[in-house]
Design a protein around this ligand. Structure first.
Ligand SMILES: *Cc1c(COP(=O)(O)O)cnc(C)c1O
Length: 400
């Protein structure tokens, strides 16, 4: 493994090597600088950190357990498998960690209105939840097609008092919802904070979101040292934008013995073109404020992506992941829809845990890798969310 200087990135302008940065219209430069400055102050303020930890503990249910998956380990007959149980958090996934952090920054800035984009609706639900908890007005942008596919989450957001705006432009999915949220932000900049849901977008979002999610890896590190008295050999996490993976990986980046695998959505297979595996089929480009690996055609037009799991179905990947891949610090693979669905049922039947279809991609990689490793090896896999939201969809593919 190559040693990497994790503290050297991002640089002052938000670059992770050639990736990241701040590719936005002039009207967004000032608000991003303002956000960067306030976040920098908050980061140095012990009172902010205490408040953040208070809400993670009392409202979200942290720390989440690091659970030894005894039957899955035995069934696979290789490495010992531990599950980081982010699925047990309030609202059902890791996304709430970041939402708590960002709404606390928004409050420091005196903002009274929160906006967000959402694809599957999970980030929208987490955002609507923290907005309700702090009594702030909340508007969620969601592609009209996604609103139909994720009707239950639309109802949850409305129940929490948020206004859900169906976006009818283009493919009517996540990309268009992000554009619309950006437009809203420019128009209402004085009152409004935009809670971005992953380690993507213009600086400082990738840095800020990673730091709010690193609680996952900080806890996992402490917990595995308590349970196994040593560091894990492998970390495995699924990669949509990449926030749950960055959260798990970041506190281990300087531990050279710890190997890391990020799992993208292989959809119907890389060769079919119907996937969201940016590192398998993508190229360098700029989308929604950042430079990174994108799925695009020769003209730079963003390609249609496909995944059985809505949360991994996005054309770009977080810039820090692109950098970690270049450094060869993290290995990136893909799991297909079929492999993820198989992992979904395996975990349900062997462990009594129904994972989110996103997380099932990470479990699929564990199912592939664990049998090739010795029984002394330890794998920590991030169970980024629970699968209640996916049961109806999975049932279309699985025979009982
Ligand atoms: C949104 C989501 C993801 C993908 O987002 P990342 O930023 O890559 O973590 C993964 N798992 C679950 C459960 C999600 O809701």
């Amino acid at each position: 493994m190559t040693a990497i200087a994790t503290d050297a990135v991002p640089d002052a302008r938000g670059h992770f090597g050639p990736y990241g940065g701040r590719y936005v219209p002039e009207t967004l430069m000032h608000p991003l600088q303002e956000l960067e400055a306030e976040y920098a102050r908050a980061r140095r303020d012990p009172g902010f950190q205490r408040e953040f930890e208070y809400y993670l503990r009392e409202f979200c249910g942290r720390p989440t357990p690091l659970y030894f998956a005894e039957r899955l380990t035995r069934e696979l007959g290789g490495a010992q498998i531990y599950l980081k149980r982010e699925d047990l958090l309030h609202t059902g996934a890791h996304k709430i960690n970041n939402c708590i952090g960002q709404i606390l920054v928004a409050r420091r800035m005196g903002k009274t209105r929160i906006i967000a984009e959402t694809g599957a609706g999970q980030h929208g639900v987490a955002t609507a939840t923290v907005a309700a908890m702090f009594g702030l007005k909340c508007v969620i942008y969601m592609g009209a097609v996604d609103c139909e596919r994720q009707a239950l989450n639309v109802l949850r957001m409305k129940m929490l008092g948020a206004e859900v705006v169906p976006v009818k432009a283009g493919q009517q999915t996540l990309k268009e919802a992000i554009n619309e949220a950006m437009r809203d932000w420019v128009t209402h900049i004085r009152t409004t904070h935009y809670i971005l849901g992953t380690v993507y977008g213009a600086h400082p979002y990738p840095l800020m979101v990673r730091n709010f999610q690193r609680i996952i890896g900080d806890e996992a590190r402490r917990q595995i040292l308590e349970k196994a008295h040593r560091l894990p050999d492998w970390l495995v996490a699924c990669v949509g934008g990449g926030s749950n993976a960055m959260g798990l990986f970041y506190p281990f980046l300087n531990d050279e013995s710890v190997k890391m695998v990020g799992v993208e959505a292989g959809g119907e297979g890389i060769a079919t073109g119907k996937h969201a595996a940016r590192f398998q089929g993508g190229s360098l480009g700029v989308l929604q404020g950042a430079c990174s690996y994108l799925l695009q055609d020769e003209q730079g037009q963003i390609q249609l992506t496909h995944s059985v799991s809505a949360g991994l179905d996005y054309a770009a990947v977080g810039p820090e992941h692109a950098w970690l891949r270049d450094c060869r610090r993290v290995e990136y693979t893909a799991a297909t829809d079929a492999q993820a669905l198989n992992a979904f049922t395996e975990l349900a039947r062997l462990e009594g845990i129904i994972p989110a279809l996103e997380s099932a991609h990470a479990v699929a990689e564990v199912i592939r890798r664990a049998p090739t490793l010795s029984r002394e090896q330890i794998i920590v896999v991030n169970l980024s969310g629970r699968g209640d939201k996916d049961v109806a969809q999975a049932a279309q593919f699985i025979s009982f």
